[in-house]
Each structure stands twice: as C-alpha cells, then as structure tokens.
Design a protein around this ligand. Sequence first.
Ligand code: NAD
Ligand code: GLY
Length: 373
Amino acid sequence: MTLTAATVDTLRVDLGGRSYDIHIGPGLIANADQWLSDCLGVGAAFIITDDNVAGHYLAPIEAALDRLGQRHHAIVLPAGEATKSFETWRDVSEQLLALGAERGSTIIALGGGVIGDLAGFIAATLLRGVDFVQIPTTLLAQVDSSVGGKTAINSAHGKNLIGAFFQPKRVLIDIAVLDSLPRRELLAGYAETVKYGLIGDAAFFDWLERNGSDVIAGDQGARRYAITTSCAAKAATVRADEREHGQRALLNFGHTFAHALEAEAGYDSGLLHGEAVAVGMIMALALSRDAGLCNGQDVARVRRHFAAVGLPVTLADLPVAADWDPQRLYGHMQNDKKVAAGKINFIAATAIGAAVISNQFQSEQVLQVLSEH
Ligand code: NAD
Ligand code: GLY
C-alpha cells in the first residue's frame, strides 16, 4: 500500500540545517520503508523500544527495514519512567558500541515519551551525535515529546535534569497505534492536546469541546486533526524559540503545579504526567482568575470539558493516595528548575487561547489555589 497526502499530513519543523518533516496518518509503521528510505544512514539502524510496545510494533518496523535492505538491531527495555536513567543510558550506549554503532548509524525511538527522551539523549551523546528518528506510540509523545528536540534522562535531583536539545531527522506518527494504548494513557495525552488550545488557539479549544470525545473514542479523522493541529502549534513554537529563551516556555502551562504534584506523589507512584498537567492547568487558570487576568467563566468552561471527557480537575480526582499539603506542594515549586532569581515562573492565562509568562504571583495566591483544589 502506498500512503499519500490524502491520508497523511506532512508538517515541516523549520530549523535551517536541522529542519525535519513530521508525517501523520494511519499505517505509517507498517509502511515505514516508504517514510524512512531517504533518512537512514549507511550504518546499521538501532531500534530502541520498550517491552509493551515491542510486542505490538517491533516486527512491522523490522520488516520495513528488511524491505529496504537496511541492517538493524533492536534493544528492548523495560517499560516505565525508571528506564530514563543514567544506568540505562550507559548500558544501552555500551551495547550500541558493541554492536558496531558508527557515525552513519541511525537510532529509531519506537515508543512513548520515556523511550523518545532516552533514545534521543543516547543519540545526542553517542559518538558526539548520531541521527535519530522518532516513532511516537503514545498520544502524549505524538502531540508533544517527539517534536522539538528536548531529550533527557532523570537525576536523583529530579526529572529531565540531564539532557540536550537534539532534533530528530524525522517524526513518523502512526495514529492507528493509539488503538492499543490504555485509555488512561490516552487521556493523559489528551490533556497535553488541550494545552495547545488553551495557550494559543481558542478555535482549537472550541473544536475539542465538540469533538474531544470522538478523539478519545477512536475516530481516526478526529484523531488526525487533533494531532496535526497540536504538532503544527508545537512546530511553530519550536521554530520561533528552539532553546526556550522565551515563548517555548508557554508549553509549560500547568506544569509548575504538575511538577509539584509529581514530586509530592513520587515518580514511581503511578501518577501520569498528563494527569498532573490536567489538574495543573486548572490550577493555573484559577490562579489567573484570582489575579484578575482571566474571567471565571473561562475557568468553569475548561473544568466542564475536562470533567466531560474524564480528565481530573481536582486533587481528589487523581488516582494516587497523597496528602497534598499546600505548603509542601509550594515547597516543591520553589525547587523547580523554572525558578529564576528566587521567583517562581508561572504560565498564566488571560483568556482561553492566550497565555503569558509571569513571576508576579504572591505566595498567598498560590497557596489559596492549592488549598481550594
Ligand atoms: P511512556 O513512554 O511511559 O508510555 C506510557 C505507557 O504506554 C508505557 O507503559 C508504554 O509501554 C505504553 N505504550 C506506549 N505506546 C503504546 C501503544 N501504542 N500501545 C500500548 N501501550 C503503549 O509515557 P509517555 O506518557 O508517552 O511519556 C512520558 C515521558 O515523556 C516522561 O518521561 C516525560 O518527562 C516525557 N516528556 C517529554 C517531553 C519532551 O518535550 N521531550 C514532553 C512531555 C513529556
Ligand atoms: N514539552 C515542552 C517543550 O517541548 O518545550
């Protein structure tokens, strides 16, 4: 089967010599030879994946590489956040060297954000940089982490503290793989999808209000539109501010609260990043409302949409047991890597579809929001 523009959307992330295409559509993994033939180097390809994803999608990628006559090896890692570690980075790098990795090799990241971030960081550091391709298989990775070149592993001091900006050579988004994704993971990725509407595209939020349940239920057309719109927003942001000196920070809407929730729950608590981001975005909206930046109707509208699709809106909705003490949560915020000169940077909303960076909130206002949620 040859896939065409009728079924596949192509976006360009325009970064001069580091530009790349994102292809979005159903069936791209089974037809990966069509989409990767021009971006594989002369060396072997190394597929890095996890043990959930491998069972579903490794064989079709291997078959596609065989059709291209491309030498390849697979490294299958345990699924889960613990895999984004120093130890895995070292072990996989050593394995790749033992298998004969060279400058002309290509790393293929096949999986969610954990695999994408880890494989991207390995690609950034191995032999001072080898090409890599992202094949994201969670909704979160498809709308966010696979695009934009943020790669990282976790440190004992916190998540994503060791990493590099390193852009992929291509992103292949096969929307059909979402059919095997557990619903909770899908909803977590949906929260990051709504984020693009909230920070910069009121019309997209309107569309999600009307069609979000179809996106979640599995309507392929709705999924393709939601993912393409999200990736277009992300690509435009990365093009304008690749290294997060300014507007890329808007992508962190809700994340200052979310990181505090994740730190308090514990990174092995089972709380999903997107779940924390959902509650974090509601808190950021409430903080914005309390400071007179946006109106209460906007906050109520977003809460209604989250509740309608099954996203958490308060701490009590989160599926983990924690005490959620406001002072302790505020303490985590003060340790966040987004703190500058002792002031916590928040992304605030001035309306649905408009966000600004602000460090002007008083601690009492933040504590009030934490208490009332
Ligand atoms: P994940 O990679 O852990 O995947 C979630 C779960 O879904 C895993 O168990 C995985 O095995 C499974 N899975 C993946 N695809 C599947 C499929 N199609 N069918 C069935 N099961 C599937 O989690 P995630 O939410 O994709 O990513 C979270 C990570 O992404 C975090 O480490 C976070 O820090 C990072 N992140 C990075 C960026 C960035 O810009 N680089 C942005 C947001 C998040
Ligand atoms: N996920 C936030 C960013 O890529 O900047």
